[in-house]
Design a protein around this ligand. Sequence first.
Ligand code: SAM
Length: 285
Amino acid sequence: MKLLDLVRRSVTPAPWDEGDNIPWNDPDFSERMLKEHLSQKHDAASRRMEKIEEQVDWIHHKVLLGRPTKILDLGCGPGLYASRLARRGHTCVGIDYSPASIAYAADCAGQENLRCTYLHQDIRQAEYGAGFGLVMLIYGELNVFRPDDAKSILDKASRALAGDGLLLLEPHTFAVVQKIGEQLPAWYSAESGLFSEGPHLCLKENFWDPSSSTATIRYFIVDASTGEVTRHAQSFQAYTDAQYRSLLTECGFEDVEIFPSLLGIEDATQQSLMAIVARKRDKTT
Ligand SMILES: C[S@@+](CC[C@H](N)C(=O)[O-])C[C@H]1O[C@@H](n2cnc3c(N)ncnc32)[C@H](O)[C@@H]1O
């Protein structure tokens, strides 16, 4: 894109029309993003290790009741949850389409001989396998999928679970998705950053579409030396608690329980997210 295309862009983007997500799966971007996942200065991409340890403890003790379980972690990133769950005696499969994250996760598992297998695949197309006791999709990622893709991921998760297997989701609350969409435009300049190795401007604009309950963020990355503009877009579907419950029922789950956070209780540092645990529906009842 040229700067003039930016000036003449459509006023309001249709959700998901200008891109599925930020480019997690681009090799260079994924290398830069890996540094953000591992940074202990902030909770972008992945949370800091101390919080992850606490959340893994809740999953291990309260969700899995300490029983060794075969776990599928969808969008596992650098395996920060899967590796910790494996250290607590579980067997994990992680799927992610970020090449740098999957390479890092596999390397850590190899060094410690952990029972973790990592697959570099898009969870929309991947085959999940079968016989899992837990399938998890955390850190708000469910909301970034188009509703049809979210449904298909949850359908596949249900088929991948063993008879009484559990699903663990950590989606955004409705209010937070709306807030994302209602944020005012913002920009920053950087010599180097997540979206580009070289000097650039990042211009960001957000939209809330009340008719479809979706938020969209557009990022325009302006290369400071050439003026070339790269556009990325990311949309989020908002769901009410009732909509999460009916989506899960539609996808073959029952006993849907909603928790205020991935610690099972209020967590003042994680108020944009909630945790949902659901059981695969028993076909005999
Ligand atoms: C916010 S990060 C969370 C990573 C990890 N769950 C954590 O909490 O540390 C979201 C992850 O989802 C992955 N992701 C997003 N869309 C995906 C897709 N369609 N297929 C596979 N992975 C995807 C990204 O590459 C990224 O690693």
